[in-house]
Design a protein around this ligand. Structure first.
Ligand code: ADP
Ligand code: MG
Length: 585
């Protein structure tokens, strides 16, 4: 076949396919138009505007989006549905700082190309409303009609002329789910707008438009979930020399609120919903030591940055954006989330009712609540830990008084509101992890030289991996020296690993290096293994003083309630629960 230019209608169908792949894409474009229209007219009250979305059969039969925005003038309706017709930008220069959600002038034209489109609208200064109807891109009727104001766009029989695409739709339920997810995203991003979603004639979702993001979160996830979320304070940081700042605001869910996938992470950049894998990863990373593998947090975050720092014109549906300084943006997201969590993670309440104690089970069990001799020194807590800088200061744990130890594994402590059981291994892991991370950064890890260097033989793959990491490992006190082709000599290790098997520890870290697909970067995972190997094991009796030291150090952690693997370090049995158990209430 020789090369020829496509007929205009074929070219238009192809272009439409880039913008509208499924019903939710059309909904997205229409909702964005509605939001732009609300911001384009005067108004300051709440709700600032209303957007009503209706879908039938997942949007394949009908999509209707109605708003009370600025409206389209009757004599501009025919223009609005043409390709590259927009009221939002004029010149290429405007592209550098787009303030509206739309700017390409493609959406209405693309939808009109692959469906039956009907637009009714009226501007405030017009005496009557106007309408226009199109089928497959061609105008079928146009005129005036009674209409109160704002705009209503109806899309019927989507893809009626593109059978291949219609066939690939996933079925009404799943398309409806996409639409619902989408509307929730816009409700979270625009809490000042009242959104309503009706599916198959029933109200499926409503956001109040109160202007408070908290109300939008409650509408999407429920009040219970909202109560388990921490406010992210929009601290601004400089991006670099004379570059204006970037601020992150919103809410981050506590670890108790995790889910099996990432769909509960909502990210907005300058109030534009984005699906940016790297940005999502930055959020997930902020939870690396707070959630077990396979669990993902809930988050609603808006990044504000100067328009010149972000390019929104890189994706057909504008879902992706490109950052001028990606690393700075991600770093800021991570810090913001981390800060919010550190300030708020509560101690896990004992969810299950504690097992009733029948009489005093046995004398043996009673004795396990040992009041150990304070001079006992099996476990040395290491040097006192300097508290974290003031930015994450403040008390994360109540003041605890150590009472004893149960099963050589749990520290029993009393606090202002009841009993606390602390897992000694996990608590110590948390303490060591924090200390190693901090001291590693400052090159201040306390090292211990081995009297005799320990040879470690590695596979070629392991050797290749270790070679480039020697400096990083040395930072944590693990000094490895090449010795022959595939052998390394371990010359020093962090002092707190004394008493553990250094060979097993180093080999585990080497394994972590090879685990390319695992969550978190290798340094995090290596730190976690080091902390795990150095931490006091379950089954080790501790003296009262040792337990006190452990709790004092744990209190200084910014995240004392979970171990670096994300498991709880402690459970709490409240005074009220105790009283209930003893039938005092
Ligand atoms: P874009 O949003 O990129 O400008 P669209 O094809 O989505 O392109 O819309 C074309 C034009 O039609 C918009 O620029 C706007 O002027 C007008 N328009 C579309 N939808 C609405 C609406 N709901 N309210 C007011 N004007 C609208
Ligand atoms: Mg648009």
């Amino acid at each position: 076949m020789s090369i020829r230019l496509l007929a205009p209608d074929v070219a238009a169908l192809i272009a439409a396919g880039e913008v509208i792949g499924r019903p939710a894409d059309a909904v997205k474009e229409l909702v964005e138009n509605a939001i732009d229209a609300i911001f384009a007219r005067p108004g300051t009250g709440l709700p600032l505007g209303r957007v009503q979305v209706e879908v039938r059969e997942g949007g394949a039969l009908l999509i209707r989006v109605t708003d009370d925005g600025c409206g389209i003038a009757g004599d501009e309706l025919a223009l609005a549905v043409q390709r590259h017709a927009t009221s939002k930008i004029e010149s290429a220069r405007d592209l550098a700082a787009v303030g509206t959600l739309g700017f390409r002038g493609e959406a209405l034209a693309s939808i009109a190309q692959v469906a039956h489109l009907n637009v009714v609208s009226k501007r405030a200064d017009e005496p009557a409303g106007s309408f226009i109807a199109l089928a497959g891109g061609a105008i079928t009727s146009q005129g005036h009609r009674a209409w109160g104001g704002g705009t209503s766009v109806s899309v019927r029989n989507l893809f009626f002329n593109v059978p291949a695409r219609r066939q690939f739709l996933r079925g009404a339920a799943s398309e409806t789910a996409y639409v619902a997810h989408l509307i929730c995203q816009y409700a979270l991003c625009y809490p000042e707008i009242q959104f309503t979603l009706e599916t198959e004639g029933r109200v499926a979702f409503r956001a109040p438009g109160s202007g408070r993001v908290e109300d939008a979160i409650a509408a999407v996830y429920g009040v219970d979930a909202l109560q388990q979320m921490a406010a992210v304070i929009p601290a601004e940081v400089a991006l670099g020399e004379d570059a204006p700042g970037i601020a992150v605001s919103g809410y981050a869910g506590q670890p108790s609120l995790s889910h099996a996938n990432r769909s509960h992470i909502s990210l907005f950049v300058n109030r534009r919903w984005v699906q940016n894998r790297a940005l999502v990863f930055a959020v997930v990373e902020a939870y690396h030591d707070l959630l077990p593998p396979g669990r993902h947090p809930v988050a609603v975050l808006n990044l504000t940055l100067p328009p010149g720092e972000v390019d929104v014109n890189v994706h057909p549906t504008k879902a992706e954006v490109r950052f001028a300084r990606e690393r700075a943006a991600f770093g800021q997201v991570q810090r913001a989330v981390r800060g919010a969590l550190a300030a708020s993670v509560p101690v896990r309440e004992l969810a299950a009712r504690p097992a009733p104690v029948t009489a005093f089970d046995s004398l043996e069990e009673q004795q396990e609540l040992s009041f150990a001799d304070p001079t006992h020194t099996a476990f040395s807590p290491g040097q006192a830990v300097a508290p974290e800088p003031a930015s994450v200061g403040g008390r994360r744990l109540p003041l605890l008084r150590v009472i004893g130890q149960v099963g050589s594994a749990f520290v029993v402590a009393e606090g202002p509101s009841g009993l606390y059981l602390i897992d000694q291994h996990r608590a110590h892991e948390r303490v060591l992890y924090d200390r190693l991370a901090r001291e590693g950064r400052n090159n201040a890890v306390d090292r211990q030289l081995l009297l005799e260097p320990l040879p470690l033989e590695l596979t070629p793959r392991q050797t290749a991996l270790v070679e480039s990491k020697l400096a990083a490992l040395a930072q944590w006190g693990l000094q490895l020296e090449p010795f022959g082709e595939r052998t390394y000599l371990l010359r020093a290790m962090p002092a707190f690993l004394k008493g553990s098997d250094p060979k097993a520890t180093v080999l585990e870290i080497v394994d972590e290096l090879a685990e390319e697909k695992a969550a978190g970067d290798w340094q995090e995972r290596a730190l976690i293994s080091l902390a795990c190997h150095g931490a006091v094991k379950a089954g080790q009796p501790l003296a009262l003083e040792e337990m006190r030291q452990l709790i004092v150090q744990l209190e200084q952690s910014p995240l004392p309630q979970t171990c670096p693997h994300g498991a709880p370090t402690m459970v709490h049995l409240s005074q009220a629960q105790l009283e209930k158990e003893f039938l005092r209430r």
